[in-house]
Design a binder for this molecule. Structure first.
Ligand code: URA
Length: 244
């Protein structure tokens, strides 16, 4: 058996209950301690008890708790759309572009005018795998700058510079247009907000346009503004690669 997979398929009982949308994890713990929860017909009172959502039958007060169906989407985000689940200014959000009645949320964020690959899901654990800094998930961007990028600045951006009090660097930098050093491709392995813009702005460049070409190896393989579901193979690929 693959131990990584096993760890991700079994989940703590209180987490399983809260993820099915019934209540918070703390409330779930109270219900477990109050002997209201059974797993495969046995009352469970251990808070650290683990269940396999695909196999185990969990009941609360005699009623079956159905495991939540997880959803995973890839969106090719267009400009002029906010990466949030709810915008206080009533602007169009990335959620408005996905046809589903389930509550989903974006994995990380892209700025209002940034285009490209954005993943969305209702699976918090999957999202954590892709956003946790320790996993150094690669993000590749096409950047258009206001002026030519110098060799000296390429060195600085790859060695590391301080932005917002913390060192940041690009893993790779290359030019995408032979005739102009304003067009660059960068690979970053961190996802701080406005990371690319802040990196360039620290060296007095302005990012004129930004497109995320890929995220965790997922490419923008649908038209701008369109989305698709991830395949089972793609989902397990992420879990096997980044799961612990
Ligand atoms: N970095 C940015 O500055 N903006 C984005 O939208 C994504 C990465």
């Amino acid at each position: 058996m693959n131990p990584t997979k096993n760890r991700i398929t079994s989940t703590r009982l209180n987490k399983f209950i809260s993820e099915s949308g019934i209540c918070s994890r703390r409330k779930a713990e109270e219900m477990i301690l109050a002997k209201r929860v059974t797993v495969n017909n046995k009352i469970i009172t251990q808070l650290f008890f683990k269940v396999n959502p695909a196999k185990d039958k969990v009941f609360l007060d005699g009623e079956r708790i159905a495991p939540k169906r997880h959803l995973y989407f890839l969106l090719n985000k267009p400009m002029g759309v906010v990466t949030t689940t709810n915008d206080e200014k009533n602007r169009k959000t990335v959620i408005d572009l996905i046809k589903t009645n389930e509550k989903i949320f974006p994995i990380g964020r892209l700025d209002f005018n940034t285009t490209g690959v954005l993943l969305l899901t209702n699976d918090g654990e999957f999202s954590n795998l892709l956003t946790h800094p320790r996993n150094k998930v690669p993000r590749e961007y096409e950047v258009r700058l206001d002026r030519h990028l110098t060799d000296e600045d390429i060195d600085k951006l790859q060695t590391g510079i301080f932005i917002e009090g913390k060192r940041g660097r690009f893993e790779k930098i290359s030019f995408t247009n032979r005739n102009s050093k304003k067009f660059v491709n960068v690979v970053a392995s961190e996802g701080r907000n406005h990371f690319v813009k802040n990196m360039f702005s620290a060296l007095s460049y302005t990012v004129v346009s930004l497109n995320r070409v890929s995220f965790a190896g997922f490419k923008a393989d649908v038209p701008l503004g369109s989305f698709r579901a991830l395949s089972k193979f793609e989902i397990s690929g992420v879990i096997n690669k980044y799961g612990r």
